[in-house]
Structure formats: C-alpha cells, structure tokens
Design a protein around this ligand. Structure first.
Ligand SMILES: Cc1cc2nc3c(=O)[nH]c(=O)nc-3n(C[C@H](O)[C@H](O)[C@H](O)COP(=O)(O)OP(=O)(O)OC[C@H]3O[C@@H](n4cnc5c(N)ncnc54)[C@H](O)[C@@H]3O)c2cc1C
Length: 493
C-alpha cells in the first residue's frame, strides 16, 4: 500500500528507547508514527533484562550512558507517578568481599556523588548484615544507594507507548522496516522513504531506535558507521518461596565489562539472579545454557550462600545491543533527517527517558518545530491490579463493574475487566495480554485462562478466534476445522 503523506517523525523500534521518545514527542503538535517489527511493543531486549532502574552510580560520567543514567532514573520515577506501572524503590547494596573491593566500591560511590546521585552511604560489614542478614559472612562492607528501583520493564514500556497513543502517536506493530530509499538527487531535502512489507512510509525525520538491528537500519539508510555486537545475559527467576531472601538489589563489585551477577527482588515478589555477559554472533540467540547457569549460581552464592538452582522456576536470556564504541550512539548522521539512537546497552533501560529528551532536542536543532499541545495529558488511568487490592476494594470494584467479578486467570487473579482494559491499551496477542496483566503467568501456565483470553482478544480485534496468535504472525494457537463454522468470540469459558 502506498502512502504519500509525509509524517513529521517516524520512529523505528518500540522498545524503551522508541516508546519513551514517542511519549516525549506526543506533547507537541506533531504527526508521529512508531513502527515496530514484532506484534507488540517492548518485545525486544526491553522485555528480557534485569528490570532495574539503576542507582546511577555505576557508569562513568565521561560516557554518554553515564551522563544519561541519573536523569533517566528520575524520568522513570516521574513516569511511574503519571502512568501507574509497578516500580519499587528497593535501593542497591553494592557489596565488597575484600579490602581491594572496598576501595573500588568507594570509588564508584564518589563517582555517583559527582553525577548528583543523592543519599549514598558507605556501610560497615555489620551494618550491611543487619540490613541483609542472608548475605555472606565474608562481606567486608558495602555502599548503599537508595535511588535504585525494580520495575517490570515490559509493563512500563507498554504503558508509556499507550500514553503516547492516547496523545495522538500512531503505534504500528508488525511493520518491520525492510528498505529505505536512497536520497533523491532531485529533492535532497525531501522526506525519507521507508518500506515495510505492507506499506511505504514517508517521514521528515526518522529515528533509528531498532535495538539489536540499529546497525542494519543505518546500513539501509546508507550511513552505517558502527556495528552492534550482541552481548547475551542469562537470567534465572526463583520460586516465591525465596521472596525476602534479599530485600534490595545486591550487586557484587563490578568487572570492567559487566556489573556482575546480581541477586535482586523483582517487582512481582520473586527473586532474580543474573545476568551473564557473553558476546555472541547471532542476534536471535536467546538460549540459556548449563554453563551460564553454573556461572550465575556460583557467583550468586558468593554473595548470598542460600541461593540454589533448585528454586529456579523460569529462565531467559536477553541480548544487549552493544555498539563497537561501547557507548550509546545518539545523534544526527550524514543522511539528513536520519537520527541514530543506537548501541543502547545497559543502562539503556534506565537511561531511556533521558535518551528521549536528548532526541527531542536533537530533532528541534535539526529544524523540527515543537509547539506544545494545549490538551496534552501527561497522565493516564492507572491500570487496576485486582490481585493487589484488599478484599474490601475488590468487592467495591465488582459491585461497580461486574466484569471485575469474572475471574479469567485463577492463578494470578486477573479479571475480565483487566483483560478488556489491556486490549484497549494495545494488546494484539496472547503474550501481549500476559505481559500486561500476568494472565497465564501463574502455576497452571495458561491452562485455564488461554481460551477466555483468546475469546476476549478476538472480540476486541473483531477477528475469528482462530486468528488470535501467541506472539504475532505464524504463532497461531488453534486451527479451524474445515467441517466446522468459523469460531466466534464470546466471553466466559
Ligand atoms: C540480560 C540483560 C539485563 C539488562 N538489565 C538492565 C537493567 O536492569 N537496567 C537497565 O537500565 N538496562 C538493562 N539492560 C539493557 C536494556 O535492556 C537495554 O538497554 C534497553 O532495553 C534497550 O532498549 P531499546 O528500545 O533501545 O531496544 P529494544 O528494546 O530491543 O527495542 C528495539 C525495537 O526495535 C524493533 N525493531 C528491530 N528491527 C526493526 C525493524 N527493522 N523495523 C521495525 N522495528 C524494528 C525490535 O523489535 C524492538 O522492539 C539489560 C540488558 C540485558 C540483555
């Protein structure tokens, strides 16, 4: 399909970088489209990471990633207030196991102070063990940083994208950019022309926020001057039985290439252990390994000896989109209108709101007129989390809206009203519903709720149930039998 309309900004990629940019631009009177390759926003590396808004002490202020870390931390706190995703300011305990590490962690604390990070404290071994009694008796001391938080990165990114949509940004999923036309010598200042399998998109400006594939997008635009080297990180989630084994994010003294193996509470009350840091060739290789698990648990036990592989309930790997410069690459390129937001490795999630603000300034410098909308709404109704309400609150809600009395997911206590709300906020797939509401994440792993979720989604999308997918094209869950009429959507079941 052709589209001769020229949009002000096309954003390639709906991860933390693209979504926070979309939301930042939604404040202005602009025509913005976000093009995401997969069926949902936040399904790139922004889904598979440690879920930490870093304290901001770690990355050097001599790097861009270091400079954007603390403003990003503040940005997420603001977004949490405005949009209501779960975020828990649990703080960080950066642990030293010997005298040399004690000196190193104090250097990191001083670096944090230079970056404006408030509230850090050097802790003695006793103070550290009083706060975190399950830490190893080998602890020599620690640095406490209260600014660190845990959150659900996918929930946050999905709500940020939804906030952008509510303020007029078009979010287009299953639109992988596969070609970019070369500049037209007749109209060198003309729009950039992007192709997806089904559409042609024209934009005055294009922001390349394609994560692992940002170098491929730069190549398509004819301005590739960097390479993305995927760096895999394996993560392990422990049973809720281990909840409370640590109550803050436990960091080891870091190595030059990685922050090391962390043990942290998640916003959902489980414990996460990881990640590894291994450069791989394949941008799709998200396998976990025996060697990775062995490394993670050996390291984790040095900090928290009771941590065990036996408690693992889920594992995954994510790929950091590391550039060959080892820093973020954010800025204009030799192709007029084509702007990179590439190499967004850790702490890229933390930095995202600040990356977005920087990109807005870059776009303004390049000539994008920024007129604030009179009706821009920075807030959005906070999603209801029925399971987290008191019985009294649950009863009141169910009396007001009977869809809150219809349980869809029994394990995680998710109601029909929450599923419908997630559909309204942009869920297109079963996994999109799952990551927005937790339906299907519990003990029965969707045994009970898959079918009602599919029916509600089909009804919302106005398609036969057989067209509902797990995570986009090619991942259908049921096939219609030729001898049966098309399945139609209705709730319940
Ligand atoms: C194991 C691990 C742990 C981490 N932990 C943390 C942490 O705790 N805190 C932190 O701050 N950072 C952490 N990070 C880093 C953080 O996850 C990333 O920096 C951040 O998520 C990058 O976001 P992004 O939007 O740039 O990339 P992505 O989330 O990957 O988004 C890019 C998007 O572009 C889309 N795309 C790609 N190609 C195309 C195309 N051709 N057309 C259209 N769309 C396209 C992709 O589908 C994807 O959705 C971690 C990373 C890993 C791997």
């Amino acid at each position: 399909m052709g589209d001769v309309h020229v949009h002000d900004v096309l954003i390639i990629g709906g991860g933390a970088t693209g979504a926070t940019l979309a939301r930042a631009l939604s404040r202005f009177d602009l025509d913005v489209v976000l093009l995401e390759a997969t069926a949902e926003v936040a399904f790139g590396v922004s889904k598979a990471n440690s879920g930490i808004v870093h304290s901001a002490m770690h990355a050097s202020p001599d790097t861009l990633k270091g400079r954007l870390e603390y403003p990003g931390n503040l940005g997420w706190r603001r977004l949490h207030e405005e949009l209501g995703f779960g975020l828990n300011p649990v703080g960080e305990v950066l642990v030293a196991l010997d005298e040399q590490q004690l000196a190193k962690i104090e250097t990191i604390r001083q670096q944090g102070i230079r970056k404006g990070v408030p509230g850090t404290e050097p802790w003695t071994a006793q103070r550290t063990l009083d706060a975190q009694p399950n830490l190893s008796r080998e602890v020599r001391g620690a640095v406490w940083a209260p600014t660190a938080c845990v959150f659900n990165p996918y929930e946050a990114v999905m709500l940020v994208a939804d906030a952008a949509r509510r303020n007029g940004v078009r979010i287009e999923v299953e639109q992988p950019v596969i070609a970019i036309d070369p500049p037209d010598p007749q109209t060198p200042d003309g729009p950039l022309v992007l192709h997806t399998p089904t559409h042609t998109w024209r934009g005055r400006f294009v922001v390349n926020a394609a994560g692992l594939f940002a170098d491929d997008m730069a190549e398509l635009a004819g301005v590739r001057d960097f390479t993305i080297l995927p760096r895999k990180g394996e993560e392990y989630l422990l049973d809720k039985r281990m909840a409370g084994v640590v109550t803050s994010i436990i960091f080891p003294c870091p190595s030059p290439i990685s922050k090391g193996t962390l043990v942290n509470p998640t916003v959902d009350g489980t414990i996460m252990v990881g990640p590894t840091a291994q450069t791989v060739d394949d941008k799709h290789d998200t396998t976990t390994s025996e060697a990775g698990a062995a490394q993670v648990f050996t390291n984790a036990r040095k900090l928290v000896p009771v941590i065990s592989e036996r408690d693992v309930i889920a594992e995954f790997a994510g790929l950091r989109p590391v550039s060959d410069t080892e820093d973020f690459i954010i800025g204009p390129t030799d192709r007029p209108g084509f702007i990179n937001a590439a190499g967004i490795q850790s702490p890229g999630l933390t930095g995202a709101p600040a990356i977005a603000d920087m990109l807005v300034d870059i776009l303004a410098d390049a000539g994008l007129a920024l007129t604030e909308k009179a009706d821009w709404d920075p807030t959005a109704p906070h999603p209801v989390k029925f399971a987290q309400l008191s019985t009294e609150e649950q009863r009141e809600l169910a009396e007001r809206d009977p869809r809150y009395s219809q349980l869809v997911c029994r394990c995680e206590i998710v109601t029909e009203a929450e599923i419908r709300d997630a559909c309204e906020r942009g869920a297109h797939t079963l996994d999109g519903l799952k990551f927005r509401t937790r339906a299907g994440m519990g003990r029965c792993q969707g045994g009970f709720c898959t079918w009602p979720c599919m029916r509600l989604l089909a009804e919302h999308l106005d398609v036969p149930v057989a067209e509902v997918t797990k995570r986009g094209r090619g991942t259908w869950l049921v096939r219609e039998r030729e001898d049966q009429p098309v399945a139609t959507a209705s709730t319940g079941g």
